[in-house]
Design a binder for this molecule. Structure first.
Ligand code: NDP
Length: 339
């Protein structure tokens, strides 16, 4: 019986391998990622009469799903929440025929045409053109204690996990707009928010800094670095060093219940690196003012290729550019086939 079962398993494995080797579907324009860039790209593709399929990726809707109020996207005078905005983006592109699918692209082959992608390690699709819109993900400090306590009070997303910290004490690390936004959001729930900033100043925009400074629940701690997140199974505190390396350096513990990271993002380009040129950080390099990568027919838009602006509206704008570039590429391809 045991032998029979193991033969069955081997058969299954072989069949799965065979299925991955075979292309199960051809897609005209494959859009990878479902933030403002991916949805806008697919909207333009679909309105141009081409067929777009989006694979949403690990975080459907992208980083805006982790945002509370978006006040700077034109067209929403009263502001809108990130998740509602992303639902609207999705509905709008689906209205014109885009197929939005669950699934993550786990590998690609851009070495020959048609380009192919493996979805969730189990299905292979091919495409005439590919638009990469995989965005960026929250960074962590890289401490062992931080990794160990992920899910036990360490989080990269205040909007997702803030709910659990009603009337509790939390710390947020970072001095940019994300940290300011997360601290302000957490202050609506928590009893107290410690904002740990490594420099003697904040990098956040003036308006966000003012809001943080005015909030009585937020204590801003400049020149503070995290040494360790404390706790066995759940977070109980954070060990910090104040004015590291200075004569008055001080190491002390702050009792907290939750530890939130808001120290920037890493571009999600690893899966493409074998074929697509990136800079040293991992941002995809695009040609001049276009969305063209080093591979003809593969385009990149949004935060995965933008280390400078990183806004929802700039991501959407670059999604539009990628769609227009892909449309031109496909019409030239078809013209050359007919000629
Ligand atoms: P930023 O890169 O702007 O800021 C990152 C912050 O984290 C900086 O204060 C940085 O410190 C700090 N940091 C980085 N690494 C470490 C570390 N190892 N230890 C401690 N601190 C660290 O990232 P954001 O995510 O805040 O913002 C990204 C972009 O998105 C910006 O352009 C921002 O304006 C925009 N944004 C806009 C929003 C809005 O308008 N509603 C909301 C959120 C973001 P240091 O300054 O010392 O480098």
């Amino acid at each position: 019986m045991a032998l029979f079962n193991s033969l069955n398993l081997d058969d299954k494995k072989n069949n799965q391998q065979k299925n991955i080797d075979e292309v199960s579907e051809h897609i005209q324009v494959l859009v990878i990622g479902s933030g403002p860039a991916g949805y806008t790209a697919s909207l333009y593709i679909a309105r141009a009469g081409l067929k777009a399929v989006i694979y949403q990726g690990m975080q459907a809707g992208g980083q805006l799903m982790e945002t509370t109020e978006v006040e700077n996207f034109p067209g929403y005078p009263e502001g809108i929440t990130g998740p509602v905005m992303m639902q609207d983006f999705q509905k709008q592109t689906e209205r014109f025929g885009t197929e939005v699918r669950w699934g993550e692209v786990t590998s690609v082959d851009f070495s020959k045409k048609p380009y192919t992608a493996i979805i969730d390690g189990e299905k292979k699709v091919s495409a005439d053109a590919v638009i990469i819109a995989t965005g960026a993900s929250a960074k962590y400090l890289g401490l062992e204690s931080e990794q160990r306590l992920k899910g036990g009070g360490v989080s990269g997303c205040a909007t997702c996990d803030g709910f659990f910290y009603r009337d509790k004490v939390v710390a947020v690390v970072g001095g940019g707009d994300t940290a300011a936004e997360e601290a302000l959001y957490l202050a609506t729930l928590a009893k107290k928010v410690h904002l740990l900033i490594r420099k003697p100043f904040m990098r956040a925009s003036k308006i966000m800094q003012e809001r943080v400074m005015k909030n009585p629940k937020i204590e801003v701690l400049f020149e503070h670095n995290t040494v360790e997140v404390l706790g066995d199974k759940t977070v109980t505190g954070v060990k910090v060093v104040k004015r590291k390396g200075e004569a008055d350096e001080k190491i002390y513990d702050i009792p907290i219940d939750g530890f939130f990271l808001a120290i920037g993002h890493k571009p999600n380009s690893d899966v493409f690196k074998e074929f697509i040129k990136t800079d040293e950080v991992g941002y995809i390099i695009t040609e001049g003012k276009t969305s063209k990568t080093n591979i003809p027919g593969v385009f990149a838009c949004g935060d995965v290729q933008d280390s400078t602006y990183r806004q929802a509206v700039t991501a959407a704008g670059s999604g539009c550019m990628a769609a227009l570039d892909a449309e031109r590429y496909i019409s030239e391809m078809e013209f050359n086939k007919e000629a």
